[in-house]
Ligand binder design. Structure first.
Ligand SMILES: C[S@@+](CC[C@H](N)C(=O)[O-])C[C@H]1O[C@@H](n2cnc3c(N)ncnc32)[C@H](O)[C@@H]1O
Length: 214
């Protein structure tokens, strides 16, 4: 699929975002057969804002190309993606999250499970320089600014202007990143991917996309 076709496809997906969330909720029923349900309790993963474990595993594999690849999860929530990435690859995972109470949950999970190759930063993405990282993960972090019914809680300010600020920051930082930089998007977040990135791989019926800067 050409980069143009991919962008058109993902724009359509953004319009059907709530429907896709229903689909993710259904995927959780497959956790036992995937053998990943033991890491996070069903209560912990049942919230459709967090990456399902099997998706996190594949996304992390797409991003980590060598031992110690430094991966940043942009809006890390309660840590699902980073924890699973650190457990299943040789990469080092950092999550940045604006909701401090979610950062506490993520840190606690890492400590309880003795997961070392992971850290969580309590900050807004606009405070983070991407220069310290080699690969990036986005599970549509800013969408709740546009769709209030998707909001996680009322602890942060949400607005269209913030969506635009955050998206612009990510796009600018990714544009400055070196050739070969990898980004994986899961169901959206594509507005932050500059045109110098090309879709190189897909999984989960196109919900997961690997972009590489050329
Ligand atoms: C859809 S959740 C994804 C969580 C996690 N990456 C995962 O895949 O399981 C998006 C997260 O991004 C966070 N977020 C949204 N805007 C942010 C910002 N400007 N800076 C930091 N975190 C942000 C939200 O609080 C939320 O926890």
């Amino acid at each position: 699929m050409s980069a143009k076709d991919q962008r058109s496809k993902v724009e359509n997906q953004e319009k059907t975002f709530p429907v896709i969330f229903d689909k993710i909720a259904c995927d959780f029923q497959r956790l036992p057969e995937l053998g990943l349900d033991l890491l996070l309790s069903s209560q912990e993963v049942v919230d459709c804002h967090w990456t399902p474990p099997e998706v996190a595993r594949v996304a992390a594999q797409m991003l980590v190309t060598k031992l110690g690849t430094r991966v940043l999860d942009i809006g890390s929530g309660s840590g699902e993606f980073c924890l699973i990435g650190a457990l299943t690859t040789g990469g080092h995972f950092t999550g940045v999250e604006q909701r401090g109470h979610l950062v506490k949950v993520a840190v606690q999970r890492a400590q309880e499970r003795g997961i070392r190759e992971v850290q969580f930063i309590s900050a807004n993405i606009t405070e983070i320089s991407f220069r310290d990282y080699e690969a990036f993960y986005l599970f549509n972090p800013f969408q709740e600014n546009l769709m209030p019914m998707l909001k996680i809680d009322s602890s942060v300010e949400l607005s269209q202007a913030l969506y635009e600020d955050y998206t612009r920051h990510v796009a600018n930082e990714l544009e400055e990143a070196p050739v070969g930089t990898r980004v994986v998007t899961y169901i959206g977040g594509y507005a932050a991917i500059p045109s110098c990135y090309e879709a190189q791989d897909q999984a989960f019926q196109g919900d997961l996309t690997l972009w590489v800067k050329h």
